[in-house]
Design a protein around this ligand. Structure first.
Ligand code: NAP
Ligand code: ZN
Ligand code: ZN
Length: 347
């Protein structure tokens, strides 16, 4: 086994603190890479607090992981020592089910292996995430990161990037569409960047009036403050798609009133409590309520290659791992511009 160190929550809701643990020695198909940066996703906060379901503790969060390869197994073909590498929310899946065979490992029917707060495919060994110094992953679940991108700012592409890319691609959002991005945080700001890159007319729906200038800098065409009933009313029947990235309780019915006939409200945010939906919100205008989870491995590489070509990365604030609790507190207040990324040299 390999000695690893990281930051872990020992029990739900307790502050993260240094923790030593072990990872497996790289097998023939494994890549070991030292972690240089790891993004801080709101899902990390949800999971260390058991917001969704009882988690596996101790928990080392982090699924926006980038670093440099230090060891490869004998059969590894895609990577060599010294390469840049990244891992997102998945470290394995069954690879045989109908979804895995269609590059939809995120929807593996036999249960994929999440990067942390999950189990390896033996269904016994807990996984530990990227708030740590090193990681061992099967090469099929390791992504290439271009040298042309700022490495720290590329880390959030592994979750915030692919989670917004995948639905926009699936619903073919682009030229001629009016897209609203609901919530301007880590996911939201990537949704704006991709929506603009795909040619959609993008509106940011936000509870934070102070984010308007940033939204415009990110390329958004319009900005709407959702706590102002007059602005909400004026936006009735406006959008083809709403990409909902909100992490906390909010009234989806109100937002659906802003959709055009046949519009689609896409949930990617996962608030702790289920949201009540009135059927009238769907019936009036034959609207759809949909959801989307991260993305498959091939699609994630496609997104990273697009980002290399179009020089798209996340807007980040680099933090020392010792300040992770403060980052979580700020994230809860919606005060992130627009992704915290841990410099793992501070571990
Ligand atoms: P984040 O950076 O904290 O951004 C969330 C944004 O939601 C905030 O910046 C804020 O934007 C808005 N917001 C917060 N509370 C709100 C409220 N009460 N009402 C309305 N808006 C509110 O979080 P994130 O990392 O982008 O993650 C967002 C959500 O997506 C989380 O629930 C996370 O777990 C989930 N997620 C899902 C997937 C997936 O596969 N589907 C993947 C990753 C993350 P404004 O200030 O602009 O209002
Ligand atoms: Zn995430
Ligand atoms: Zn599968």
């Amino acid at each position: 086994m390999i000695a690893a160190k990281g930051y872990a929550a020992q029990t739900p809701g307790t502050p993260l603190a240094p923790w030593n643990f072990e990872r497996r020695e790289p097998g023939p198909h494994d890549v070991q890479f030292d972690i240089l940066f790891c993004g801080v996703c709101h899902s990390d906060l949800h999971q260390v607090r058991n917001d969704w379901f009882p988690g596996i503790f101790p928990m080392v969060p982090g699924h926006e992981i980038v670093g440099r390869v230090i060891k490869v197994g004998d059969h590894v073909k895609k990577f060599k020592v010294g390469d840049l590498a990244g891992t997102g929310c998945l470290v394995d899946s069954c690879r045989t089910c109908e979804n895995c065979r269609q590059d939809l490992e995120q929807y593996c029917l036999n249960g994929n292996s999440q990067t942390y707060n999950g189990l390896e495919q033996d269904k016994k060994t807990p996984t530990y995430g990227g708030y740590s110094n090193t990681i061992v992953v099967h090469e099929d679940f390791v992504l290439h990161i271009s040298k042309k991108l700022d490495l720290a700012a590329a880390a959030p592409l592994l979750c915030a990037g692919i989670t917004t890319w995948s639905p926009l691609r699936h619903w073919k959002v682009g030229k001629g569409h009016k897209l609203a991005v609901l919530g301007l945080g880590g996911l939201g700001h990537m949704g704006v960047k991709f929506g603009v890159a795909f040619g959609a007319e993008v509106t940011v729906l936000s509870t934070s009036p102070k984010k308007e200038a940033d939204a415009k800098k990110l390329g958004a065409h319009h900005f709407l403050v959702t706590t102002d009933p007059a602005q909400v009313k004026a936006a009735t029947h406006s959008f083809d798609f709403i990409l909902d990235t909100v992490s906390a309780e909010h009234d989806i019915n109100m937002y659906m009133s802003m959709l055009k006939t046949h519009g689609t409200h896409i949930c990617v945010g996962v608030p702790p409590k289920p949201a009540p939906i009135h059927p009238f919100s769907l019936i009036g205008g034959r609207k759809s309520l949909a959801g989307s989870g991260i993305g498959g491995l091939a699609e994630t590489q496609e997104m990273l290659d697009f980002c290399e070509k179009h020089n798209i990365v996340s807007d980040i604030e680099i933090i020392d791992i010792k300040n992770i609790q403060d980052a979580y507190d700020r994230m809860l207040k919606g005060d992130v511009r627009y992704r915290f990324v841990i410099d793992m040299a501070t571990l």
